[in-house]
Design a protein around this ligand. Structure first.
Ligand code: IMP
Length: 176
């Protein structure tokens, strides 16, 4: 275990699983945006590891942007989301792909969609490595999903527990 703290965990998706799935997503996205250009908007910080691999699996021209969001309460999703870091690019008339680590209640995503939609992108789609359909409160469509999982808390491959374990090269379920 490479995390700062001890973690009782069960591996869910190993490095090979992730590599294969990310490459499939990259192909699907590339096929859909043939002849177009893309702005990939990574949601900080959880999407960074996934995004780094995903953009290398996408073959259409793209730019990388980041947006930072934070829930007021810090540990659970309250829906009271605020921006900590905004985009540096104007997305008006551009194809925007939001890249999320995980969609849990969907509140963060809902906030981001509303925020970015009013900036006039040509298109706005969502890609999430993981989705917990049973936890969704907001029902926005996620266009590209790596894996659907149940409500368990997971870490690794960018996902954290109180800031730790993001660097694990696999996704693991945290056990009580
Ligand atoms: P939502 O607004 O409830 O969809 O929450 C989205 C954010 O909560 C994600 O971008 C993650 O940062 C965090 N999150 C939700 N579930 C997990 C989990 O299982 N592990 C780590 N972070 C999670």
């Amino acid at each position: 275990m490479t995390g700062r703290k001890e973690l009782n965990y069960k591996p869910l998706f190993n490095e090979q699983d992730l590599k294969k799935r990310v490459s499939e997503l990259g192909k699907e996205i590339s096929d859909q945006y043939q002849g177009e250009e893309l702005i990939c908007v990574g949601v900080l910080k959880g999407s960074v590891v996934f995004m780094a691999d995903l953009v290398r699996a996408i073959t259409v021209p793209l730019q990388m942007e980041f947006i930072g969001v934070k829930s007021y309460d810090g540990t659970s999703s309250t829906g009271h989301v605020q921006i900590t870091t905004d985009l540096t690019a104007d997305i008006k008339g551009k194809n925007v792909l939001i890249i999320e680590d995980i969609v849990d209640t969907g509140m963060t995503l809902d906030y981001l969609i509303n925020l970015l939609k009013v900036r006039g992108p040509k298109s706005l789609r969502i890609c999430a490595l993981l989705s917990k359909p049973d936890a969704h409160i907001m029902k926005n469509d996620v266009d590209y999903v790596g894996y659907e999982i149940s409500k368990e808390f997971v870490v690794g491959y960018g996902l954290d527990l109180d800031g730790d374990f993001r660097q694990l090269p696999y996704v693991a379920q945290v056990m009580e």
